[in-house]
Design a binder for this molecule. Structure first.
Ligand code: ADP
Ligand code: AMP
Length: 215
């Protein structure tokens, strides 16, 4: 099964992705995570992407498309498919992905759209904390770690993303409305979209996601 998960910044894509990967044995391909890892490793790609990400803007399509292509071509263990998280985010990316997947086993089976009112996202994004080592996602109020500042899973310290500010969120929301909304419409027309109400407690959202994927 090849899954695509979409939704605004802070809608809960990463949180659900961790659960999906565990249950459905698919490769998690998060373009945001890949960019952050390239930045922390100081690579050329990381340097190219950094200024866009810090400002909340989308990284240009040609950089993002070739990164995803390279990543998919070099996947050693194909598992039971993949979960694309945060890609495609523009129509150009959706079309590039269609071209890449045509006639292969990469075709998208389902698009999960994490639906949430924009007003809720500021609280989600500013309270988000991530584990430096394993990438586990927490929230200071809705999903806190047992020991403040430390990961429950691996004990490493938690950090706040540099772009998780109100200023950057405004830009990311605009990018979402202008560039990503047309992608939702594109997959809607293909009949692939399943909308999930993400404005519920994590376990309820997960129950809905599981149900959609089990069908
Ligand atoms: P995204 O990957 O879509 O940007 P995340 O999964 O990182 O979003 O979630 C953003 C923040 O909101 C995190 O701090 C996470 O712990 C929290 N969160 C995720 N889902 C929920 C939920 N259903 N209810 C409350 N908080 C949530
Ligand atoms: P995310 O982790 O999904 O919130 O992404 C963090 C940032 O990485 C975004 O604000 C963009 O700057 C960049 N990014 C992630 N995925 C993409 C994409 N598909 N296209 C362009 N930029 C992306």
């Amino acid at each position: 099964m090849n899954i695509l998960i979409m939704g605004g910044p802070g809608a809960g894509k990463g949180t659900m992705s961790a659960k999906i990967v565990e249950k459905f044995n698919v490769n998690h391909i998060s373009t945001g995570d890949i960019f952050r890892s390239e930045i922390s490793n100081g690579t050329k790609l990381g340097l190219e992407a950094k200024s866009y990400i810090d400002e909340g803007k989308l990284v240009p399509d040609e950089i993002t498309n070739s990164m995803v292509k390279h990543y998919l071509e070099n996947l050693k263990d194909k598992k039971s498919g993949f979960l694309l998280d945060g890609y495609p985010r523009t129509l150009d990316q959706a079309k590039a992905f269609d071209a890449l997947s045509a006639g292969t086993d990469l075709a998208i089976s389902i698009v999960l759209v994490m639906d949430i009112p924009f007003e809720v996202l500021a609280q989600r994004v500013t309270g988000r904390r991530l584990c430096k080592e394993c990438g586990a996602i927490y929230h200071i109020e809705s999903n806190p770690s047992k020991q403040e500042g430390l990961c429950d899973k691996c004990g490493a310290s938690l950090y706040q993303r540099k772009d998780d500010t109100i200023e950057s969120l405004q830009v990311r929301l605009q990018e979402y409305q202008n560039q990503t909304q047309p992608v939702l419409d594109y997959y809607e027309k293909k009949g692939l979209v399943q909308t999930i109400d993400s404005n519920q407690p994590i376990e309820k959202v997960w129950a809905d996601v599981e149900k959609a994927l089990d069908q």
